[in-house]
Design a protein around this ligand. Structure first.
Ligand code: 13P
Ligand code: SF4
Length: 336
């Protein structure tokens, strides 16, 4: 009998399918997961879809293959559920903001004469539960890349300034799209003159895409379409034909004529899964998300085995107060 560590991918897959058939577990995977992990999932989707669908799921365990903030969001929305993750990998953007940095961002706005009562905070879902809780406590909401425009539109109705954390690119892209003025913390511009004040965070993967990559593909294939994620730099999104969340990009590609060439600026695993003779990756490097890629088939197997043995590993637990206010911020989003 080989030890677990030397099991072949086929043996791991067979064992995973066996656990899934016997246990009350739903395996969930974001589009950026490795193919062999993604194939084992019962639920796949973008951040918003995963949050919604896990809330409606009835299994005892959600086994979340993704990054930490995604598993935390499931736990916040369904505190009775047991949420485990093969790897509690932390999205590099989510790590750029803590609750202390959130407080100093509010202080930054105040230094421009904006009272804290006149700030409507919005946090991108790529943030910790602690940051979501801060936002919920201040009357704000969460958004994802698929609903950011709707959420900002609603937030503007409050007549307040929007403090948008942590992704400056998403904030700037939405502002441009809606004809609003954005400033970025520390950029030297007058925050009081902006509609949206963005925190200075970003996604290290989506920063890889450059307008020179777009120029390269447009020169090579003049009729090519360029589809990008709103975490890309503003100038990259501005030069694109379509900007959307992971699910929206997939749907837009599927709606194209099969002979239409398209080049895609988002994480490698997603694009590679769609790749055919007409679909290209918008980078001369391999734009993989290192933290999404931490989860392997073996980790998935080990996590299921631990549940089967009655000793779950990597379970998500949150402080009651954090959970309470983070839930308010997430539910305000889901209500829209
Ligand atoms: P989506 O909500 O579009 O799936 O994006 C999540 C993410 O982390 C993109 O980098
Ligand atoms: Fe975070 Fe970027 Fe990875 Fe998305 S691609 S999970 S934003 S590091």
């Amino acid at each position: 009998m080989p030890s677990d560590i030397s099991m072949t991918p086929e043996a791991l897959k067979a064992a995973i399918l066996d656990y899934k058939a016997r246990l009350s577990v739903t395996v969930v995977a974001h589009f950026y997961q490795r193919d062999e992990v993604f194939e084992m999932a019962d639920i796949t989707g973008d951040s918003l879809e995963l949050a919604r669908r896990c809330q409606a799921d009835e299994s005892e365990f959600v086994l979340f293959c993704g990054v930490g903030f995604m598993g935390e969001s499931v736990k916040v929305l369904s505190p009775h559920k047991r949420v485990v993750m093969p790897k509690i990998a932390c999205c590099s953007m989510a790590r750029m903001i803590s609750s202390e940095y959130f407080d100093s961002s509010v202080a930054y706005c105040e230094s421009y004469g904006i009272k804290s009562d006149d700030i409507m905070p919005i946090t991108y879902i790529n943030s910790s539960a602690a940051v979501k809780a801060k936002v919920g406590q201040m009357g704000g909401m969460v958004c994802t890349s698929s609903n950011a425009k709707t959420i900002i539109t609603r937030a503007l109705q409050s007549g307040k300034k929007i403090l948008f954390v942590p992704d400056k690119c998403l904030g700037q892209n939405i502002a441009r799209d809606m004809g609003l003025v954005a400033s970025v913390i520390g950029d030297g511009t007058d925050a009081a003159k902006a509609h949206i004040i963005c925190y200075d965070g970003f996604c290290s993967v989506h920063q890889l895409f450059e307008t020179s990559d777009i120029d390269f593909y447009r020169a090579k294939y003049p009729d090519i379409k360029v589809f990008t994620h709103p975490e890309c730099k503003p100038e990259v999104c501005e030069a694109s034909d379509f900007v959307g969340s992971t699910s929206q990009i997939i749907a837009a590609i599927k709606a194209l004529d099969p002979e239409q060439k398209v080049v895609v600026g988002t994480e490698y695993n997603l694009v590679n899964r769609l790749r055919d003779k007409n679909t290209y990756v918008l980078s001369s490097t391999k734009p993989e998300c290192p933290t999404m890629n931490e989860t392997t088939l073996y980790d998935l197997y080990v996590t299921l085995k631990a549940i089967d043995e009655g000793n779950p590993i990597n379970e998500i637990f949150l402080e009651d107060e954090v959970s309470h206010y983070a839930k308010i911020a997430l539910e305000r989003m889901l209500a829209l």
